[in-house]
Write a protein that binds this ligand. Sequence first.
Ligand SMILES: Cc1ncc(C[n+]2csc(CCOP(=O)(O)OP(=O)(O)O)c2C)c(N)n1
Ligand SMILES: [Mg+2]
Length: 589
Amino acid sequence: MNRDTQRVSAPAGALANRLWARLIVEELVRCGVDLFCVAPGSRSTPLVAALAENKEARKLVHFDERGTAFGALGYTRATGRPAAWLTTSGTAVANGLPAVVEAATDGVPMILLTADRPPELRQTGANQTIDQPDIFSDFVRWRFDLPAPDPGMDPAMVLTTVDQAAYRAGRAPQGPVHLNLMFREPFLPDPQDEEELPSGPGSWLEGGEPYTRYAAVKPAVDEAEIENLRNALRSTEYGLVVAGRLASRQQGEAVVRLAESLGWPLLPDVSSQVRLGADSESLVAHYDALLANETFIGAHVPEAVLHVGGRSLSKRLEQFLSRSRPDPYVVVRENPFRLDPHHRVTHSVEADVVGFCVALARTSGHPLPKNNSWTAGWREASEEVGRRLDELLSSGTEPSEPLVARLISRNIPADHGLVVASSMPIRDLDTYAATDGAPVPVAANRGASGIDGTVATASGFARGLGGPATLLIGDLALLHDLNSLVMLRDLRVVVVVVNNDGGGIFSFLPVSRYKEFFEPYFGTPQGVAFEPAAAMFGIGYERPGTTNEFMEAYRAACARDGSTLIEVRTDRKENVALHRELLAGISDR
Ligand SMILES: Cc1ncc(C[n+]2csc(CCOP(=O)(O)OP(=O)(O)O)c2C)c(N)n1
Ligand SMILES: [Mg+2]
């Protein structure tokens, strides 16, 4: 037989690979996954081929799986829609763990698609094969080890599995889900055999809907529970509302309206989406600085606290509430997990945040008491802190760390998102941000508070917003994720790196008194300047020396196309002294 003229049928396994991968990608798109973050690799070939040809799916391609995973996380922080993370097998999968831990801890949905070898190659010493189906252990809400594509299996099984995965990522408690996907070689049929490709179930092909549509569930609090809470709060004169990490401006505004209807002060965390551009009689933006003042604390002990959303950043707030022992101490968030590091919570409510706030604010003829002098007292004290900070920070011409945070909060353009790195950047913004800037969306990886993956998170956040973003980050956090700068090339991200040559946060800790080992093990100065990195990754660079130059550089960077790195040099020792001076200066009054 002449092999040149005789067409050999495509291997059934390769055709099945092609079909299943197409079903997986298309079904995820139908389930609302519109970004796929992918790094190159061989085992994932069928999935990448299906992704490349899917016109609806948006793609983020980057060489580092840790970066693509954080990119997916950042995207979802901006959109609320899960992104998919697609990898080859082996250590590529392990590189997703930091982002998966953050997503699990902070309740961010994410779809993990990891390619794997089929069973006959597992635990055989086959190349790039690790035990990966359970690699994310309890950090995923659901996991499934899909068999290698098999022409004998009903492809509807693939669709229902994807539908279940998308549902489990998006329903409360939200978080990452893991589909481990085995593929046998050959991964793809020859291109000329494509016409032999079987199709998915007919009814599914014709429509544009997921195969299995899951009814939406939003945990609503029943009216009786709301009434119980209302009764518990009725006698409260001195109550506080705390807004922790919230996923959207809409949630933040619902909490603001609840605080207004209760007539209570609202203490907004920097990630509550209402800390910046704060505009309500209830908002106490500078609560963290106020709580550094013992006299203020003594005169402002709350009877009751209503905490809505994730954890608040402020350690002073945490300690204040722990010492005050408010009762009731109500925590409301969209997951069943304990949020009570000091064991003070008396009521825990798992509920849709907006639904809960609306229901409790609806006083239905049973108005809760409002003590306006209590609320006005908090509010006025906070405004006074704002004025004092402007006075205290106006001396000197060099930009300090608190001043950089305050300037960004005040000057960030209204169309930007703001991403803030762990360590001092997030703390500085929480404490020193002004209230008269734009109410921009804020993202921070505060679930597990890592300093890793922050640049990649910013790239995903900007992509999700479909617009520019500002990233405030420390030098070690930037070094940690330096290669992600390449993902900013085609975006408009202004990276402000506060380069204090090491971990500035550690200078605030008691360990800093151990002169013999503090610098090499905690301060960890790297002695780097970032200009060559900006050049290497094709983004702009500025190194302003004065506050005026910083403002000029920031404005210019916001106005230009493309991304810019602005490096601000500070000194760790001077920074600690300045923080102490500022808080003492505020307390003086
Ligand atoms: C992945 C990870 N490793 C280590 C830490 C511990 N850690 C917290 S803050 C910090 C230093 C960060 O330094 P930098 O980014 O320069 O910010 P600065 O403290 O100077 O503001 C470190 C290492 C962490 N949070 N995450
Ligand atoms: Mg630093």
